[in-house]
Ligand binder design. Structure first.
Ligand code: NAP
Ligand code: GCO
Length: 266
């Protein structure tokens, strides 16, 4: 075992939804370990913002506006990636949305949209990529799951259903393609300070902390929100040769939330 086993030199890595947030942090870490970065976002202006952000930290990334819920767009982008780089070694299904609405107030349209992006899109992108990985005899797929792959809470029914399904899709890709030397694992981030959770951390009108902010800090043994950078080491491990016998595993990077009943009220 050498540090080379944790390197990603020569690997082409596609991280979906990676102009900022968790995807950007994972892609930046991969680049620092020698990988070529390919990413996409839904909106072109976000892609441009992402390309600039990568360039500012010395990363020449390849990015495009691609809707991961549209199979034809995904297949066309993958053809571009293969034509330009010759292969794809790592896929991170990171793109995701959340809608926080009480279930009985949630429209079927809203529920379906969350399922589309958070569950059906990882199926679409993985289905496109797997044949290339089978042909080359190796591949890594990392699905960004969630605490809600294991737990529920008020207002996130669609998101929890999607992320629970994504956990099982991860295990099924492992089961179906492990023999082709494809490792499919999940990362289950805890509560991470990104735009997606910004509403849960907003200061109250009186300047006090958001109740949910205080709740999460009390629920997390680490006593803090996670940062996107906290996910970089686990993501590098699961993309590297060092994890070649790790398959179908959901690696929770949550500061201990899932292990802890929560701090007793003082
Ligand atoms: P974020 O800041 O909201 O970023 C989401 C990214 O996904 C954006 O780049 C967005 O692109 C992209 N995206 C959304 N819909 C898309 C579509 N149809 N096609 C292509 N790209 C699309 O989210 P985040 O906090 O970084 O979370 C990233 C992943 O981690 C998500 O899967 C989320 O569920 C998961 N996660 C987050 C946390 C957390 O606490 N933050 C914890 C656990 C899991 P645009 O900007 O162009 O819309
Ligand atoms: C929420 C949060 C969570 C986080 C994450 C936790 O509203 O509860 O957005 O869902 O995004 O998924 O792991």
């Amino acid at each position: 075992m050498t540090d080379k086993d944790f390197r990603l030199d020569g690997k082409v890595c596609w991280i979906t939804g990676a102009s900022y947030g968790i995807g950007f942090a994972i892609a930046s870490a991969y680049a620092s370990m020698g990988a070529t970065i390919v990413f996409n976002d839904l909106h072109q202006d976000k892609v441009e913002m992402g390309l600039k952000a990568y360039e500012e930290i010395g990363i020449k990334a390849y990015g495009k506006a691609v809707d991961v819920t549209k199979e034809e767009e995904v297949k066309a982008y993958l053809e571009e990636i293969i034509a330009k780089f010759g292969h794809i070694d790592v896929l991170v299904n990171n793109a995701g949305i959340i809608k926080r609405i009480p279930m009985t107030d949630m429209s079927e349209k809203d529920f379906r949209q969350v399922i589309d992006v958070d569950l059906i899109a990882p199926f679409i992108v993985s289905k496109a990529v797997i044949p290339h990985m089978v042909k080359q005899g190796h591949g890594k797929i990392i699905n960004i799951c969630s605490m809600m792959s294991e737990l529920g809470r008020e207002t996130v029914s669609a998101y929890a259903a999607a992320k629970g399904g994504l956990k099982m899709l991860t295990k099924n890709i492992c089961s179906e393609y492990g023999e082709a030397n494809i490792q499919c694992n999940g990362i289950g981030p805890g509560y991470i300070a990104t735009p997606q959770t910004a509403p849960l951390r907003e200061r109250q009108p009186d300047g006090s902390r958001h109740p949910f902010d205080a709740f999460i800090v009390a629920k997390t043994p680490a006593g803090r929100w996670g940062t996107a950078e906290d996910l970089q080491g686990p993501a590098v491990f699961l993309a590297s040769e060092a994890s070649n016998f790790v398959n179908g595993h959901i690696l929770y990077v949550d500061g201990g939330i899932l292990a802890y009943i929560g701090k007793q009220p003082q």
